[in-house]
Design a protein around this ligand. Structure first.
Ligand code: PGA
Length: 248
């Protein structure tokens, strides 16, 4: 049985004061729920110290929104896996569609970042997803397979723990989520791809859905057999909304 996992990707949002308010409400809200899911938040790098201090004695985990593919050296503006480890990051998001499109990250870069995370003892959350035009041209499976293979073909042995996030690009920040059936179909396809490597690995790997997940659709999405949780953007910035998704 895979545990449920709800992740809040804050993107480039927040301040010292707003993060303190958000996390204190989240901690109080989670104390009241009978929680079986793992919860993790992903602040901008600068706030990792603050998040670490606020969450150290709680059950909430945290991670980074990005990670350098390099270990150290002349890479101005980059943050390495070891640096993230210094701040007790348990997870790192890699290959988010905003990184792939706005910052031109290729499949190879995403694969290198995945390996950098694994080598630093950080579990990568690898994002894959098709654009609207790719979906309309029936290329969803082809795109997902390409993005996934670039990463999983390079995984070391024994297979490390990874998390996959299926995030259809057309659903991110648009308010337009994939239907539970559309998401389930792709999640099942992702799991079948993982099964080519190892069936136990496929069964155990958590696959998150991301893209306009909110309290009104979380329950039906999370009820699908291959949807193990959510990577939540906008709705994770509001404690009440995020808590409702967690309760789902
Ligand atoms: P959204 O973002 O929930 O605001 O659509 C999801 C994501 O980008 O991870």
């Amino acid at each position: 049985m895979r545990p449920k996992f709800i992740a809040g990707n804050w993107k480039m949002n927040g301040s010292l004061s707003s993060i303190s308010i958000l996390l204190n409400s989240l901690i109080k809200g989670i104390e009241k729920t009978n929680l079986s899911a793992e919860i993790a938040v992903f602040p901008p790098f600068l706030y990792l110290e603050q998040v670490k201090n606020l969450l150290s004695d709680t059950t909430i985990s945290w991670g980074s929104q990005n990670i350098s593919e390099y270990q150290s050296g002349a890479y101005t503006g980059e943050i390495s896996g070891q640096m993230l480890k210094d701040f007790n990051c348990k997870y790192a998001i890699v290959g988010h569609s905003e990184r792939r499109t706005i910052y031109n990250e290729s499949d190879i870069t995403v694969s290198n970042k995945t390996i950098a995370a694994i080598n630093s003892g950080i579990c990568p959350i690898i994002c894959v997803g098709e654009t609207l035009s790719e979906r309309e041209h029936n290329k969803t499976r082809m795109i997902i397979e390409r993005q996934l293979q670039a990463v999983i073909s390079k995984l070391p042995s024994p297979l490390p723990k990874i998390i996959i996030a299926y995030e259809p690009v057309w659903a991110i920040g648009t308010g337009k989520n994939a239907t539970p059936d559309q998401a389930q179909e792709v999640h099942n396809f992702i799991r079948s791809q993982l099964a080519y490597i190892n069936t136990i690995f496929a069964e155990e790997t958590i696959i998150l859905y991301g893209g306009s997940m909110k309290p009104s659709n979380a329950h039906t999405l999370l009820a699908m057999p291959d949807i193990d949780g959510g990577l939540v953007g906008g709705a994770s910035l509001d404690a009440a909304e995020f808590l409702k998704i967690i309760e789902s």
